[in-house]
Design a protein around this ligand. Structure first.
Ligand SMILES: C[S@@+](CC[C@H](N)C(=O)[O-])C[C@H]1O[C@@H](n2cnc3c(N)ncnc32)[C@H](O)[C@@H]1O
Length: 296
């Protein structure tokens, strides 16, 4: 009897219900583009079927081919058994509808700075004066691409220590046909950028402290450790960025930097710096803005 009541898994709706049920039962961790089982299942299904990723509802009655159904069931299974984040399973992640290739060479794109660029909330005044932008710790290159789309007249430098992350960034830059406006550099923070100055420096550096690293859910352990770990208090990279940034900003330049939950520690370490904390719908006190003149 039980076998007869099993859903046939012919439609997207049935596959979606199965995925949600399995994800909930497995108590997965989210945070790589979605925050719950339903959105995660919808993303996995829509991206695998190459459908627009914003809404599943219009496709619930769709009947995937046998090959598509087999692929979906394999991915649902892998999401649960391997605890791989969905973007690594499907090879893609989205920020504000912009698609990026994603794989284990780099952190999955999700920085709040992306929201700020897309929503135009940065306190930069006349965006037309932004001609030179640096994306420090670029990873997959997602913020460099979003910066190029936000400031169409700017040249972007994007730098990272990881050669494999830069290989993925190169693919993303090429997919968006931005190779003429985004230059990739390999090295330790500002080392490959000696003598260069920028109107805007963006950075989403590693900022996970040692305690949080020890407690990372399995999903996050698939991401490169180099992209996450930042010493005992999570500020190893941010301290160096603050110290070196003044030498790389133009007169009216500014730094925008994501630091996760480290706000109190940062303010305690730099009590005189007038950080401006920028919030989004999804984040509070995780991204600061500081003008170069206040850092010097
Ligand atoms: C949190 S990830 C951010 C990636 C990307 N900006 C994003 O938002 O998805 C941090 C990046 O910093 C890079 N990184 C770590 N240490 C570095 C260093 N000393 N110099 C330059 N890049 C570094 C890592 O390889 C990783 O790609």
């Amino acid at each position: 009897m039980a076998a007869r009541n099993k859903p046939s898994l012919d439609t997207v709706d049935e596959i979606f219900s199965l995925a949600v049920q399995r994800f909930r039962a497995a108590r997965l961790a989210y945070g790589h583009g979605t925050t719950n089982a339903r959105d995660e299942a919808a993303f996995l299904i829509l991206e695998t079927l190459r459908l627009p990723i914003d809404r599943l509802d219009p496709y619930l009655d769709l009947r995937p081919t046998a090959a598509e159904r087999a692929r979906l069931l394999t991915l649902i299974d892998a999401r649960v058994s391997l605890r791989l984040p969905a973007p690594y399973l499907v090879g893609a992640a989205y920020m504000h509808g912009v698609r990026f290739h994603a794989d284990r060479r780099a952190l999955i794109p999700r920085s709040f700075i992306g929201d700020m660029l897309a929503d135009g909330v940065l306190p930069i005044g006349d965006a037309g004066r932004i001609k030179h932008v640096l994306d420090l710790c670029t990873g997959s290159g997602c913020l460099a691409v979003l910066a190029a789309l936000t400031f169409p007249r700017a040249h972007i430098d994007a730098a990272d220590l990881s050669a494999s992350a830069l290989a993925l960034a190169r693919r993303n830059v090429a997919s968006h046909r931005l190779s003429d406006r985004i230059a990739l550099h390999r090295g330790d923070l500002f080392v490959p950028l000696r003598g260069k100055r920028y109107d805007l420096i963006l950075s989403n550096p590693p900022y996970v402290d040692a305690r949080a690293m020890a407690k990372l859910p399995p999903e996050y352990r698939h991401e490169p450790r180099l992209a996450l770990a930042a010493g005992d208090d999570g500020l190893d990279l941010v301290r160096r960025i603050l110290a070196e940034t003044p030498r790389h900003l133009t007169r009216h330049g500014a730094l925008i930097c994501e630091i996760g939950r480290g706000r109190a520690r940062l303010e305690a370490a730099f009590p005189r710096l007038p950080f401006l904390w920028l919030d989004t719908e999804m984040s509070e006190g995780e991204v600061f803005w500081i003008a170069g003149k206040d850092l010097a």
